[in-house]
Design a binder for this molecule. Structure first.
Ligand code: ATP
Ligand code: MG
Length: 457
């Protein structure tokens, strides 16, 4: 990366004032991989373009109105943005216009948090003591060291300009395991109206990053305490303060945060963890002994999850994955289940496109997130998974397509044309081979089919 940057710096010249800026500097100081390397320069976009082209580099005018061009160095694109100040914000998301030709300090002042408002001269990165060259007018370095998220300037003003920043604060709290400093945190509830103007696509992207962060519980708690949860995920509010039963050490919301934390940082698993029990509050009942139950909460969770993901315009693939995980989180084959029942369970997972492995990963997070002791939970989980894996390994037929006789053979055998009877017969045969996979061979199936047809003649 440093080599590519040197090529770019040479192309733009030493008077370009080229700096690495924003999140890339933050991530470099945290020794964390950065998803993108943003660069800023004193040169105007036209000058960046002509100098880069003169040096034989390809230039794509990505966002000229914001002062951004992408310069390709080999296969790698660098976004180079002219130092800019933001003019007035009217729509709660973007400045009406940007002012080019300002100094680096003004460029840093428009950024959201102190930890995102530092710059590092490209020349310093190419060797030498680069940390001494850090441009840090707002104390970002110190806030990075103490794990603090602090708005640049007055947080009420900054969240009033752009509502996305409220959500970014919660997202970074999760991703970096940082604390939002009090004035910054307290400004969020005052600016919910502006936050409400953020497009659902951005909300979805930020919530997903928040969920997949290092400490998602921190980000989710910040969403809840500031009113952002009420704004974007109001269906989840009843989980807060909803008590559980003797199978759980935590109330519903705290259990949810535990499960999110315990699932691998994958969007489908984390969204499913957040939503799996959202149907519980409305299904809560108490029996004569005072025990709490949540009968039938899974389909209610599925309904709420489906609505939320549609509203946030989640991709179809993500929604299907989440819904399958939520739908199957409540049923766990027990030691008292026979092999046929376990095979039927494998079939239900397969029908919903959920692998046994993924179901198991989610189940372990859910079970261990009940807070009743990891030791017994892990042992029990391993035993169940070994049993299900062994059954799955034998590749039992779990779909009519896997039957050893096809529809055509069954029609020939019966002398009848296709019709609803055929599907019924195939389902019957599938049920029998799930009871006993040894029956899945042509002669045995033909005998079963004849018997079934005979009963119906
Ligand atoms: P990541 O790339 O890890 O998602 P980031 O902080 O780098 O996080 P980008 O969207 O890449 O986020 O933005 C790069 C930089 O631009 C930020 O570090 C910050 O300095 C500035 N920035 C981004 N979004 C905003 C915003 N809404 N308001 C103010 N400054 C912003
Ligand atoms: Mg970035």
């Amino acid at each position: 990366m440093e080599n590519l940057l040197r090529t770019l710096h040479q192309a733009l010249g030493p008077d370009s004032g080229l700096v690495l800026v924003g999140g890339a500097v933050r991530d470099l100081l945290l020794d964390r991989p950065s998803p993108d390397w943003d660069l800023a320069t004193a040169l105007l976009p036209g000058e960046v373009t002509s100098r880069a082209r003169a040096a034989g580099l390809r230039v794509i005018p990505t966002g000229l109105q914001h002062g951004t061009v992408t310069v390709m160095v080999g296969a790698r694109g660098f976004e180079v943005t002219t130092f800019r100040g933001d003019e007035v914000y009217l729509d709660g998301r973007r400045p009406e216009s940007v002012k080019l030709g300002v100094g680096l300090e003004e460029d840093l002042a428009r950024r959201d948090f102190t930890i995102n408002a530092m710059a590092l001269p490209a020349g310093a990165l190419e060797g030498g003591d680069w940390e001494a060259s850090l441009v840090d007018p707002f104390g970002g370095r110190e806030d990075l060291a103490s794990g603090t998220l602090r708005a640049v300037g007055d947080p009420l003003d900054r969240f009033g300009e752009d509502g996305l920043r409220c959500l970014r604060a919660c997202r970074f709290a999760s991703q970096l395991d940082f604390e939002i400093e009090p004035a910054t945190l307290e400004a969020i509830p005052e600016r919910l109206e502006v936050a409400g103007k953020v497009s659902v696509e951005r909300v979805m992207a930020e919530l997903t990053k928040l969920l997949c962060g290092l400490q998602p519980g921190k980000g989710l708690s910040a969403l809840a305490s500031t009113g952002l949860l009420r704004l974007w995920l109001p269906e989840l509010l009843p989980m807060i303060g909803c008590p559980q039963n003797r199978y759980h050490a935590y109330p519903v919301w705290e259990h949810t945060l535990e499960v999110v934390r315990r699932t691998p940082p994958d969007p489908g698993l984390r969204w499913a963890a957040l939503l799996h029990d959202c149907g519980k509050p409305s299904r809560k009942t108490e029996d004569a002994q005072g025990h709490i139950h949540f009968y039938g909460h899974e389909p209610v969770s599925v309904g709420i999850a489906t609505d939320i993901l549609a509203r946030l315009r989640a991709s179809g693939a993500l929604a299907r994955d989440v819904v399958a995980l939520v739908a199957h989180h409540g049923t766990h084959p027990g030691p008292d289940w026979g092999d046929p029942a376990c095979r039927r369970f494998l079939k239900r997972l397969q029908d919903d496109g959920l692998s046994l492995e993924r179901w198991g990963v989610f189940r372990l997070a859910d079970q261990s997130g009940k807070g009743l002791g990891d030791e017994t939970c892990f042992g029990e989980h391993r035993a169940l998974m070994s049993r299900l894996e062994a059954l799955a390994q034998a590749a039992p037929p779990l779909h009519v397509r896997a039957l050893a006789v096809d529809g055509r053979a069954l029609m020939a055998l019966s002398g009848r044309k296709g019709g609803p009877w055929l599907g019924e017969l195939q389902s019957h045969l599938l049920e029998r081979v799930m009871d006993d996979p040894g029956l899945n061979e042509p002669d045995a199936l033909a005998a079963l089919a004849r018997a079934w047809l005979g009963e119906r003649a």
